[in-house]
Design a protein around this ligand. Structure first.
Ligand SMILES: Nc1ncnc2c1ncn2[C@@H]1O[C@H](COP(=O)(O)OP(=O)(O)OP(=O)(O)O)[C@@H](O)[C@H]1O
Ligand SMILES: [Mg+2]
Length: 244
């Protein structure tokens, strides 16, 4: 199984949108994909139409509950979800003092069925216990980075936080090629992080925000939209660059 954490300490850069639509694109290619929502905001969980669950990943992180008992099917074949819940807000306190607090997710993922090809983890916009669990468990860290003025400062602060030997994949998102700054920001990122920056770019697209508002993946909402084209290209590149 390939484990990919989708992370950036900056908010609103397209982490949850990327986790959802990359997962859906891989599932459409016949891969078996588990999405894990580690954000108390539950954007990914709600984005898949799951609104209330008795048990979520927070319970598994703090007890002996197994992930396999809380996996949900989604309306996309091959795409599964471990939901988040509001209790995740307090997980730092609940795990405080435990020597294994950073490795809880790693241990939980070891127990998953061998048939899964990918585990994609969505994280909150911060570097707390949950993000550290995701970074520790993952072999690759996908960093959505909005093509906005503050992008470079965000990367400079975030990259040193990653554990050694993780594959770093920077994904330029929310790119508006007609804007003055977007293309310049992307050029700066490519110059500074040439090897780590993916060829695929996610363009700013109304279809992506509309799809989210309608609780659909971009492929269900409009498979001919730019968002669908871009996320299918991302799936292709991730398949080539992240090896089991
Ligand atoms: N490429 C895009 N084009 C247009 N809208 C987008 C794009 N990517 C994301 N969005 C929209 O921007 C908003 C923020 O995206 P998203 O929730 O994925 O960001 P996030 O990084 O997960 O935010 P947070 O840090 O709060 O978890 C959402 O309304 C989403 O639908
Ligand atoms: Mg999010």
């Amino acid at each position: 199984m390939r484990i990919v954490a989708v992370a950036n300490w900056k908010g609103g850069v397209g982490k949850s949108c990327t986790a959802l639509n990359l997962g859906a694109a891989l599932a459409d290619r016949g891969r078996s994909v588990l999405l894990v929502d580690l954000d108390a905001q539950q954007t990914l969980t709600n984005g898949l139409g799951v609104t209330s669950t008795e048990q979520d990943v927070g319970h598994a992180l703090t007890s002996s509950l197994r992930l396999t008992s809380i996996i949900k099917e989604t309306s996309t074949p091959n795409l599964y979800l471990v939901p988040a819940g509001p209790g995740l807000l307090f997980i730092g306190d609940e795990l405080a003092g435990r020597a294994d607090r950073g490795e809880r997710l790693t241990v939980l993922l070891e127990d998953l069925p061998a048939e899964l090809d990918y585990c994609i983890i969505d994280t909150p916009p911060s570097i707390g216990t949950l993000t550290l669990n995701a970074l520790t468990a993952a072999q690759a860290v996908l960093i959505p980075t909005a093509a906005r003025a503050e992008a470079m400062a965000g990367l400079l602060g975030f990259l040193p936080m990653l554990p050694d030997d993780r594959r770093v994949l920077i994904l330029v998102t929310r790119q508006d090629r007609r804007s003055k700054h977007g293309p310049a920001v992307e050029a700066d990122i490519r110059k500074q992080y040439r090897k780590q920056t993916l060829t695929t770019v996610i363009r700013e697209s109304v279809a992506l925000s509309d799809a989210a508002a309608r609780v659909k993946t971009i492929f269900r909402h409009d498979k001919r939209s730019r968002g669908a084209v871009d996320y299918a290209a991302l799936a292709n590149e991730v398949e080539r660059k992240v090896k089991p």
